[in-house]
Design a protein around this ligand. Structure first.
Ligand SMILES: [Zn+2]
Length: 323
């Protein structure tokens, strides 16, 4: 008896795993009675006992695709750090949906904060406000590449999709998936929250192509939840070179995967750097040259620290950075 129990407890997780390898159709009512191969190795046809059929994707074949074998890392946010903008094609057609791949709006809401510059810093996605605990859905089928906590994003899930896009889901209160998991469009990958650098519960949603972020509103309307078009044509010229992920430890998009100690040390270093900043308030009769002598710094350094400063037009009371 004990032996049987042990066997069942070993087999059950295996069965659960095997099941998750196949994409299931939620609307299929009949029971599958046969599987047919077709010309496309990724697809099989399942015949059902109610005389209907549907396609399933063979994930073991999909997994062989270079999309999932090249530039794959579960350790870093940006897997494409060595990909230059100029190496991308001038335009690329990205299939968002087809007969076997669908789209689910991760959360339907009015975009609160748009993609682009915000307080002089790039905002690499859209912010969709919602109550904490709201289920967040995977946009497309794909493989989870990252599921981690970072200082900036808080709980973050990154999914890579067959069409080459990656989608990012930040500030979650809970993550339901692990790196390497295959998910279907619409699967609940986590719950909404306000973790990381966030001032209130919202989904920070990003869409990226080979590491380059583009406006998620180019592909969908988040209020209606509808895609604009089944195929999305992305032109390289519309991508901003600076949208490529750059590790900046105090940015919302934070690449530091480290222990709490490492993150604390990094933060201490930045704070020390900030504290070391020194300013000189210009007094009557002072020039850049006299300030440089007084503060013990070179004029060149002053110019470097104050890029917008016109040395011939300084005024009394003006603050000039000297360190
Ligand atoms: Zn955001």
């Amino acid at each position: 008896m004990k032996k049987i129990f042990l066997l069942i407890s070993i087999l059950l997780p295996l069965a659960a795993h095997a099941q998750s390898e196949e994409l299931k159709f939620p609307d299929g009512k009949g029971v599958g009675i046969d599987t047919l191969d077709i010309g496309d190795a990724r697809l099989k046809i399942v015949l059902k006992d109610d005389h209907t059929w549907h396609y399933i994707k063979d994930l073991s074949v999909v997994a062989q695709d270079s999309t999932f074998t090249s530039h794959w890392t579960e350790e870093k946010i940006n897997a494409y750090s060595d990909v230059a903008l100029t190496s991308l094609p001038y335009r690329v057609s990205i299939a968002l949906v087809d007969s076997v791949s669908k789209w689910t709006c991760p959360y339907k809401a009015k975009v609160f904060s748009k993609f682009g510059y915000r307080h002089g810093r790039r905002h690499q996605g859209v912010d969709l406000p919602y109550p904490t605990g709201t289920p967040v859905a995977a946009a497309f089928d794909g493989k989870v590449r990252v599921s981690t906590y970072t200082k900036g994003y808080g709980n973050l899930v990154i999914i890579r999709h067959e069409n080459g896009l990656e989608t990012y889901y930040g500030h979650l209160s809970k993550r339901n998936v692990e790196p390497g998991d295959w998910v279907h469009s619409g699967d609940i990958i986590g719950l909404g929250g306000s973790t990381g650098r966030s001032t209130g519960p919202h989904l920070h949603f990003e869409t990226r192509y080979r590491g380059f972020a583009f406006d998620p509103q180019w592909i969908a309307d988040y209020e209606t939840g509808e895609l604009h078009s089944p195929v999305f044509v992305l032109k390289r010229i519309y991508l901003d070179p600076s949208s490529h992920y750059v590790p900046q430890s105090l940015d919302e998009e934070d690449d530091v995967f480290g222990t709490d100690e490492q993150i604390a040390a990094e933060e201490a270093r930045i704070i020390a750097e900030r504290n070391a900043m020194r300013w000189h308030t210009v007094r009557k009769g002072e020039t850049i040259s006299s300030i440089a002598i007084k503060e013990g710094v070179s004029q060149a350094k002053i110019k470097k620290l104050n890029p917008n400063l016109n040395p011939n037009r300084i005024s009394i009371g003006q603050k000039i950075r000297v360190n």
